[in-house]
Write a protein that binds this ligand. Structure first.
Ligand SMILES: [Zn+2]
Length: 103
C-alpha cells in the first residue's frame, strides 16, 4: 500500500489521471469557488486547490471520494494546514519514555 507520508507517493497521486478527474468534478460541484470564503460571503475563484478533509495520509481510502474533498483557495488552504499542525501537536504521544524515577 502507498505511504502518503512520502513526498514522492503524494506527488504520484496528485499527478494521476484519476485525481485530475475527481478534482475537476469537485471544482465543478463547488462552483469553482473557495468553500470557506463562500461561507464568509466572499467569492474567491483564483488560486483554487482541492483539500482532503480527512488527510490523504490518514485516510488513503477516501482520497478520491468527493465527499471528502472541498475546494479551497490558497490562503484558506494554508490556514487550514497551519491549524492542522496545531491540532496535530495535541495528539503527539503523551507518554514520554523518561520516567521520573528517583534512584
Ligand atoms: Zn478561501
Amino acid at each position: 500500500m502507498e505511504d502518503y507520508n512520502e513526498y514522492k507517493e503524494r506527488k504520484r497521486f496528485y499527478n494521476s489521471k484519476s485525481w485530475e478527474n475527481v478534482r475537476q468534478q469537485v471544482l465543478k460541484r463547488d462552483n469553482y469557488e473557495c468553500t470557506w470564503c463562500r461561507e464568509e460571503g466572499k467569492v474567491t475563484t483564483t488560486g483554487l486547490e482541492i483539500d482532503h478533509i480527512q488527510e490523504l495520509q490518514d485516510r488513503p481510502d477516501l482520497k478520491l471520494e468527493p465527499d471528502n474533498l472541498r475546494t479551497l483557495c490558497k490562503a484558506c488552504h494554508n490556514k487550514r494546514h497551519t491549524r492542522f499542525q496545531y491540532g496535530g501537536n495535541q495528539f503527539k504521544p503523551k507518554e514520554i519514555k523518561w520516567k521520573d524515577e528517583r534512584w
